[in-house]
Ligand binder design. Structure first.
Ligand SMILES: Nc1ncnc2c1ncn2[C@@H]1O[C@H](COP(=O)(O)OP(=O)(O)O)[C@@H](O)[C@H]1O
Ligand SMILES: [Mg+2]
Length: 553
């Protein structure tokens, strides 16, 4: 025991020390250890107190309230390197001084260059760059400065100043360095946090800026996120939902909707679409986009809802205008078609009247049959015209393309023949029927024919020919029927081929063309899951084909 004490005594104070010295030294050491402990405690508390969303000024403020318990601290400053300059980013007290720019001989620069903490006596020459606030009459007499690192780079310096002197020994300086390290980490975290929050905010703003509703759901139909853009009508159902399931929120249903494409998206990992109508008649095109993670696994589905009510209405109007235009084209032909049977009816009827008045009795039966037949013919023509004009209501039924072609030709032949154009018919007698909207098919053919006529009329030639044909083909493992109109008219320049389906594109003078014909034809073809093919050579002629699938999926 005595030996131990002597040893300790030796270690602590050296051989010559007295007992008194020993106790004094021991007390000092203990105090030192306690102080060190309390400093660590403060450091610990500080890191605990600093929140991720604090500004640098907030962080310094927090440190400034705690530090005096650990070491003399009348001033706390934080300088950061920005480009070539060192800037005092924050300080406590906030208005302690003003620094324009740290000159290169400033102690903070020295510390940064040496990457080593140091204690400085703020000489007047050192302070030349400082404008001290006279509200703090006591001058700083010692400053401890520690470099701040981000990884291995120095990003700035922490300054702790005291009006006392001496204020900072080795132990205090090492504490300041610890503090600087800790603050550097906190500041870095705060900066990263800010970056992440900014990115998050940007993304949220982008999300919210879209005026169409967007909903993010997980693979189990749960709504994860939405951009608050639902129309009021749907919003009401939304707020009534008891679960987070999208079918509950959007439709008030307990199970997924019958035609919901989510399962399809899960299977194919490809976007899928769907059109729905709300109770009040709003039309929405819904597109389901798969959200994949880095391993290409499906983690969520973005549902984009586009209100197409207005667009659909406009499209319908467009179709209507085009229909009127085609109807106008037909009117002349129809008038001509009606003219001859009506002439026969009236003539024969007059003859009968005269015969009866002349007392010749009721004439012969053939005259009455003429009237009857001509009446039937008129009725048929008028019926064709009526079905054509009521095409929106027409149901999709088994349709014979040949019959439709003949119907159109009967109405419009006169118009075309008048222009000295020969019409050839090559209708495949074995053409199978297909599910289609007959009057719409008629409209497509009418447009093709009128365009072909215009293309021929714009040219000077003798043998003007339009050929109407129907054929079958097998393509992409599917059977198709094709209705084509070929002409040997002006043809279309290569650079205009891409434009002809655009609504209102026309090469004709204003009184002749509306530019709606082909765009409407395309709409009709697509609504039948078909397409329109064009082959054309400038100066030689064009072929327009309506290609329709025989079996629809
Ligand atoms: N058979 C054709 N031959 C040459 N050009 C054609 C033919 N069919 C269509 N086009 C071109 O396509 C354009 C658009 O046709 P369309 O949409 O029917 O509008 P419009 O007939 O009112 O001009 C026409 O103006 C014409 O330039
Ligand atoms: Mg046209």
């Amino acid at each position: 025991m005595v030996n131990d004490k002597e040893k300790l005594l030796e270690q602590l104070t050296g051989v010559d020390s007295s007992k008194l010295n020993y106790y004094v030294e021991l007390k000092k050491r203990t105090e030192e250890v306690l102080k060190q402990n309390s400093r660590l405690e403060i450091l610990h508390q500080l890191t605990h107190d600093i929140n991720i969303d604090m500004s640098i000024q907030d962080i310094l403020e927090r440190a400034f309230t705690k530090l005096p318990q650990a070491l003399p601290c009348d001033f706390l400053g934080l300088a950061t390197i920005r480009g070539e300059q060192l800037v005092l980013k924050a300080m406590m007290p906030r208005d302690f001084c003003q620094v324009d720019r740290f000159p290169h001989h400033a102690p903070s620069w020295q510390v940064i260059r040496a990457q080593k903490a140091g204690v400085f006596d703020p000489q007047p020459s050192y302070r030349s760059h400082l404008r001290h606030n006279p509200a703090y009459p006591e001058q700083l007499r010692e400053i401890a400065i520690a470099p701040m690192f981000e990884r291995s780079d120095v990003i700035g310096a922490l300054l702790v100043g005291s009006v006392m002197k001496p204020a900072y020994s080795e132990a205090e300086l090492s504490f300041v360095q610890h503090l600087a390290d800790q603050l550097a980490i906190s500041i870095q975290n705060a900066r990263l946090y800010k970056q992440v929050s900014r990115a998050k905010k940007e993304w949220e703003e982008t999300f919210k800026a879209v005026t169409d509703p967007i909903i993010l759901i997980d693979t189990d139909y749960n709504v994860l996120l939405h951009n608050d853009r639902l129309p009021p009508e749907l919003m009401e159902i939304w707020s009534r939902g008891l679960t987070d399931k999208c079918h509950d929120r959007l439709h008030g249903l307990k199970r997924p909707c019958r035609d919901c494409p989510v399962e399809e998206v899960k299977r194919t990992l490809q976007p899928a679409s769907l059109r729905t109508q709300t109770d009040s008649g709003l039309l929405f095109d819904l597109t389901y986009y798969p959200v994949l993670n880095e391993e290409s696994q499906l983690v969520a589905i973005t549902v984009f809802m586009k209100d197409v009510t207005q667009k659909t209405k406009l499209e319908a109007q467009l179709v209507h205008s085009a229909k009127l235009a085609a109807l106008g084209e037909m009117a002349a032909g129809v008038a001509h078609e009606l003219n001859s049977p009506m002439t026969v009816i009236i003539g024969t009827a007059q003859m009968l009247v005269r015969e009866i008045q002349g007392g010749k009795g009721l004439g012969n039966i053939e005259e009455l049959e003429d009237i009857f037949n001509c009446g039937v013919r008129c009725k048929r023509i008028i019926q064709n015209l009526l079905t054509f004009s009521r095409q929106d209501q027409a149901p999709v039924t088994d349709t014979d393309l040949n019959a439709e072609a003949r119907r159109v030709l009967s109405l419009i032949k006169y118009q075309i023949n008048r222009s000295q154009i020969r019409i050839l018919e090559h209708l495949d007698p074995d053409l199978p029927k297909l599910a289609a909207n007959g009057p719409q098919i008629q409209q497509v053919l009418t447009n093709f024919l009128v365009n072909a006529r215009d293309a021929l009329n714009s040219q000077e030639r003798d043998d003007k020919v339009i050929e109407v044909s129907t054929t079958q083909r097998v393509q992409e493992n599917k059977r198709w029927v094709v209705l084509s109109v070929r002409d040997n008219g002006c043809g279309i320049a290569q650079e205009n081929l891409s434009k002809i389906f655009t609504p209102f594109y026309t090469s004709k003078e204003a009184t002749k063309g509306t530019g709606l014909g082909l765009s409407v034809c395309l709409g009709i073809a697509e609504s039948h899951n078909g397409r329109i093919e064009v082959e054309s050579k400038l100066g030689q002629g064009s072929t327009f084909s309506l290609v329709l699938p025989l079996e629809n999926p």
